[in-house]
Structure formats: structure tokens, C-alpha cells
Design a protein around this ligand. Sequence first.
Ligand SMILES: [Zn+2]
Length: 616
Amino acid sequence: MENYIVSARKYRPTTFESVVGQRALTTTLKNAIATGKLAHAYLFCGPRGVGKTTCARIFAKTINCMSPTADGEACNQCESCTAFNEQRSYNIHELDAASNNSVDDIRQLVEQVRIPPQIGKYKVYIIDEVHMLSASAFNAFLKTLEEPPRHAIFILATTEKHKILPTILSRCQIYDFNRINVDDTVAHLAYVASKEGITAEPEALNVIALKADGGMRDALSIFDQVVSFTGGHISYKSVIENLNVLDYEYYFRLTDHFLANQVGDALLLLNDVLNKGFDASHFVTGLSSHFRDLLVSKDPATLALLEVGASIRERYQAQAQKCPLPFLYRAMKLCNDCDLNYRASKNKRLLVELTLIQVAQLTAEGDDVSGGRSPKQSIKPIFSQPAAAQQPQAATAMPQAQATTNAAPARPQPAQQAPAAQAAPASPQSQQPFGSQAAMRPTPTAVLMAQGKEEKKIPVMKMSGLGVSIKHPRIDEEKKQTSETIAQQNTQPEEDFIFNEKDVNYYWQEYAGRLPQEQTALAKRMQVIRLAMLDAVTFEAVVENEIAAKEFTDLIPTLQGYLRKRLKNSKATMTVRVSAPTEKVRAYSRVEKFQLMAQKNNALLQLKDEFGLELY
Ligand SMILES: [Zn+2]
């Protein structure tokens, strides 16, 4: 055990080929290197532990390799590669913006950027968690990012792409890393296990992969944890015990109880699970996932959404055949309700038990209905659009429901049901159970679903919060801040970001590009205007005549508002000016270009006439 290295480090990929689960992306990077089309800045986005930093390092090594292989990988033998592999290369600098986000940190980095590499061609700067840079640090960095020396390449990495400022996005080539799927994770864990001389049951690795939720680093650390616990043989049983994961077995048995309407057995099973120390809410979410997995197993088309090992897959398919679709929809809905109400509930066990009782009675009710009574209530809840949108797999599986259960005579649908029915077609029979359910419970599904959605709050970016721009040159203007501007800054506590002519033109064109069809004329006029910076925050649009000037002056509030938002600068100011007669602001048309060229070289006219060319 001396010199123990965690698997995530020991088996960190050193070539693009060995990176797991990001094939498309690594191929693109390799091609870029092979064809010499390197950008100065890259942005790697994606969840934690999926290989962003690893790819950045491989990239740095490969572009510095002195004799890359035919398929675009680093040779791992030359001086540069060896230095990288022994972690003594001076051509790679890593900065974790989460802990080094001050202006000084960035200034240091910017200083370093100027020094060219001793060996190899490029110096690569990896800035991890780049969204954590403070506004002033960011401003200090922007200039370098815009005009880096030839030998510098920046790789910015982030887990939160939505927090990246547009001024960065527009300067980077963006690569989106995926969560690594379960199959790829299992395959890699199996590889590591074989290298380490550890035997592992595929189902056990599957549980680890599911638990890691798409992150290889997490998967490998869970793997290490299980290895140390089991000492060389990883079995399914040992994994679920060690990771406190509920056995699939419980859910299969429980579902059988539900289908047989055995309320008592279901409650006993719950008791068993709770006695083993499992959390009841954990149990309920597991049950929801089980129903969801059964649902996707029903249809070969959605089977790909089932992320379990091969042996369990068959069991899912077998049990899915026994479950009527309406049962699955309603069971998922009941479990979801239980999950949502769990935290608020004072008697959590009762809430779970009640849910189990309701689920266990679903098929009993269903029999009752098909026994002849005509459906009375109009039905809304589970087929409302939010539900359908949240569960696309349910929607795809539903046409089958129609085909298999359409025996009941068609019945005109109430008008209010129409949109829901459109989103998710289902037969009256399959809808019926929800109707009775809706009468029992007053809470509309749509509301619950909306609550569920809102729980995923998008975190708000935090800037160093002075609210005053230190880069801003017009200090005296800032001194006369009225209470009004202070109030404005309360709502916008972030520091203003600096921008240049390129930025403002970029968003100007972006705005033009986003205008609707009806405003094509305006879009065209905007597209030929180049904005010029007058000072740090003021820019002017030069137009041809008074009419255009009037038009754009009227548009200032709208355009300026848009640009302020996009530039993240509340002081960005737009002015309009009519061009002096000597200025030629309008872009030349093709015909005009030709005429100008022909004035200089008469042969062009001859060429045109000789070949009978037409100008368009
Ligand atoms: Zn090499």
C-alpha cells in the first residue's frame, strides 16, 4: 500500500484516444492540431469530473510534441512529452480561478504570458472554473485574451457555462463536454479493475456508474472506496451495502405486490427497508426511478434510455410487460407527489405509506372502471403539458398505449382537454384512472410540476461587490451619483465590464440578426453600420442622412438597453451622427465595386464585354 495513488490520478488518460466518453470532441481537437488550425482561446464546458482539465493537459502536451504520431497524438517520448509526463514542463500553467480570482493573480499570469517557451512551440494556460474570476480580474485578463502573443493558448474551463460572460464566449472556441454514459463508465471501471487485479461483477460496476452520475472522477473514487472496503472482489451485494444503495430487488418485489393489489405486503416491505436504515425519501425517489425504468422498457424505441446492466435489463423488460401504461403513469405521478410533499410533511412515514397504498390500488381501480361504468370526470392532471414536457419518454411511449388499449369506443373529448390530448395522445380508457385521482386530490399537477421545476435554481453570479467601476476613467461623473443611480446599482450590484469596438459591433450585429422578419429593412440598415468608440463607454453610429439619424435616434433607448445588457456595462452610451459628405459610410454594392475597379483598369470592362458577363 505504500505510494498509493488514487485511481482517478493513476488512470488519468494521457492521450486523446484514452479519454472516455468524449469521442466527438477529442476527434475535433486532434483534427485541429493535425491541420494546424489552433485558436488562441478555448472554452471547455461541462459537469465536474468528465475530463475537461485532462483534455486540456493532453492538448497542451500534443501541440508541443516534437514528433506527433500519424493519428495526431503526442509521441510520449520526446523531451517535451517527457517533461509533461513528469509534470516538470514549463509550457503548461494551471490556475484555479475558484481560489485565485484576484486581480493580482491574473496580473501574475499576464506577466508570465509574455515569456516565450524554451522548448516546444506553445505555452498553454489553463484557467479552471473561469466563471469565478472577479470582475476586475476579468477586466485585467481581457486584453491578454484578446491579443495574446503567438505562443500563448488559453484553455478556460467551467462547470457553469451560463455564468460565462458574452465577452469571453465571443472570443473562445467552445467545446461542450458530455456527462459520461453508464456503459462507458462501466467499461472503464472494468478496465481499471483488470489492471489492478480486482474482480468485479458487472452489476456492481453498474451501480457505481449510476451513483457517479456521469462523472468519471467520482466513479473512480467510489470505486477506490469500494475496493478498500471489499479487498479485491467487488460484488453487487458488497456495493449496495457499502454505498447504501437500495437493491433493485426490493423494487421488483414491491411492484409485483402493487400489481397484485397486496397493500399489506407493500407496507411490510417498506418496514423492512426502513429497518435497514434507509431513508424513506431516498426509497421513494428510487421507486419513481424504478417506474420510469419500467416505462422506458416497455417500448424497444425507448429501451436505450434504460441505464442498467444486461442481466437486469431483461428483468425490467419482463416486469414492464406486466404493467399497464396507465398504472405506470399514475404510479410515477403519485411517487413524484410524495417526493414533492416529503419535506413539508410532519408524518413522513405516513405520507410514504399512503403513497404505497394508493399505488397498490391503482390496478384495482382500473379493473373497476373497465367493468363498465362510464367515466364521469373530465380529466386533466397528468397529461397536462408540463408533465408531458418533463417526461418525453412517456410521450413517445404513449402511441402504443393507444394502440393496445383502444378497445373502448372513442368518445368526444371535452374542449379544455384538447391541448393536453395533443401533447400526449391517450385513449379515454388510459385517462380514466387519473380522473378519479383528480377528484381525490385538489392540487393540480401543473402546479406541482412547476414547483418541482423551480427547485433547480440557477445560481446568481457574484462579482466583487463594490458596485463601482475602478477601471472607469470618468471618475468625477461617478462622484455625482444621485440616489437614483445608487438605486439602480442596488439592482445591478455588479461592476461594469469594459468593452471595445469589436464587442459593441458584435452585439450590434447580433441584435440586427435577431430582428424578426417584419423588420428586415431595419436589420439591413443596421448591418451596414459600423460603430465607432468615442471614449471608454460611448460609441457612435454614423448614418447617411437625417432620416436615418432620426430613425436611429428614436431607437437609442432600445438599442442602448440591449447593448448595455449584453456588454454588462450599465454606462454604455449610444450616439448618432450624420456622416460628413466626404465620408463614405455605406458599403459598396457589387456593381459599384466593379465600376470602381473598372475605372482603375479598363481591361475589366473589356473582359466583361468579351465574355458577355452580367453583374448581379
Ligand atoms: Zn512528443
